[in-house]
Ligand binder design. Structure first.
Ligand SMILES: [Zn+2]
Ligand SMILES: [Zn+2]
Length: 317
């Protein structure tokens, strides 16, 4: 399952998505820990992430002793860090402690994390998940309500959309969810959460309709293109990185081989190659669809001749 070489951050993220469905998830967890112990991580900073992943796998199989061992080591690996990833590891430890029936320790681990609600957008999700596992919905509601009040107090106007709301959006969303779980009636903040959530749904469907096709220019084509426009990236690496990221985010999109002559012909004499409408119109006539993703050890989709795992896969970072 795991590669022989060093594990990159992208490998770990991919494993996170695949491991729970793997035939032998606990074997994957043990291999992750072995990779940490043997120093087989491309970036030693990823030790915490690899151990978190192992802990999540063990937790999902109710192997709580192993999960606690792994998560303790993960928290240790994050000891000097104070970012969202470190907070998530600590919250995971509390969640596993709850599952193991060690409730006081779980709460003692969670309380110092409470200020993260005002700092990291994803803290609302991982803290309320841990509290919910421990049956502490009322505590979660209290923490989230207070964080919502504080975030609102810093504003002069009600947020118009999720981007405008920023961190507040994630607080409102989790608070709304927790309050539904315990059967609360909607209040003004729940109404605001729902308005923002529906805005997000609309924006999502609009963005998808705008670009269901992605244009890929092979290296020689890109060298000609970049003299005309930088709308597809400043260089070929950036071009490939953008596409890889977009495909990871929305895997259903079609990746189409484009040519400079084709695009300029479609755009017409004074046409704008950077115009999304021009690009979408040109894409509609293309049929050379590249299959994505390739096998990790297979040839990369970009045609570089390198293995996918050594070429465009890590570009999605
Ligand atoms: Zn609701
Ligand atoms: Zn590539």
């Amino acid at each position: 399952m795991l590669t022989k070489g060093d594990l990159t951050s992208a490998d770990l993220r991919e494993l996170r998505q695949d491991a729970l469905g793997a035939a032998d998830p606990l074997g994957v967890a043990a291999e992750l820990v072995a990779a940490v112990d043997a120093g087989r991580l491309a970036d030693p900073q990823d030790a915490g992430l690899a151990l978190v992943l192992a802990a999540e796998i063990a937790e999902s199989r109710s192997k709580l002793d192993a999960a606690l061992r792994y998560v303790d080591r993960a928290v240790e690996a994050y000891a000097t860090r104070d970012d969202s990833e470190a907070g998530a590891a600590r919250a995971l430890r509390a969640r596993i402690l709850f599952r193991a029936g060690r409730e006081d320790e779980a709460m003692a681990a969670l309380e110092p994390l409470r200020p993260l609600l005002g700092q990291h957008p994803d803290a609302a999700a991982y803290l309320s998940a841990a509290l919910a596992v421990g049956g502490r919905h009322l505590v979660a509601e209290e923490w989230l309500s207070e964080a919502v009040q504080e975030a609102l107090a810093e504003r002069t106007a009600e947020p118009r959309n999720p981007e405008d709301a920023g961190l507040l959006f994630f607080l409102l969303q989790q608070r709304h969810r927790i309050r539904h779980a315990i059967g609360r009636q909607h209040d003004a903040h729940d109404n605001l959460a729902e308005r923002l959530e529906s805005k997000l749904a609309q924006a999502g469907s609009g963005a998808d309709a705008a670009a269901d096709e992605l244009l890929f220019f092979p290296q020689a084509e890109f060298a000609r293109l970049v003299a005309l426009t930088d709308a597809f990236g400043a260089d070929w690496d950036e071009h490939r990185a953008r596409l890889e990221r977009e495909l990871v985010r929305t895997p259903g999109k079609a990746l189409l081989t484009a040519s400079v002559d084709g695009l300029t012909r479609f755009a017409g004499k004074d046409g704008d190659l950077a115009d999304p409408k021009t690009q979408a119109g040109y894409a509609k006539g293309l049929t050379a669809r590249i299959s994505w993703p390739p096998e990790r050890n297979g040839a990369c989709w970009c045609g570089s001749g390198n293995k996918y795992k050594k070429c465009c896969l890590p570009r999605s970072r």
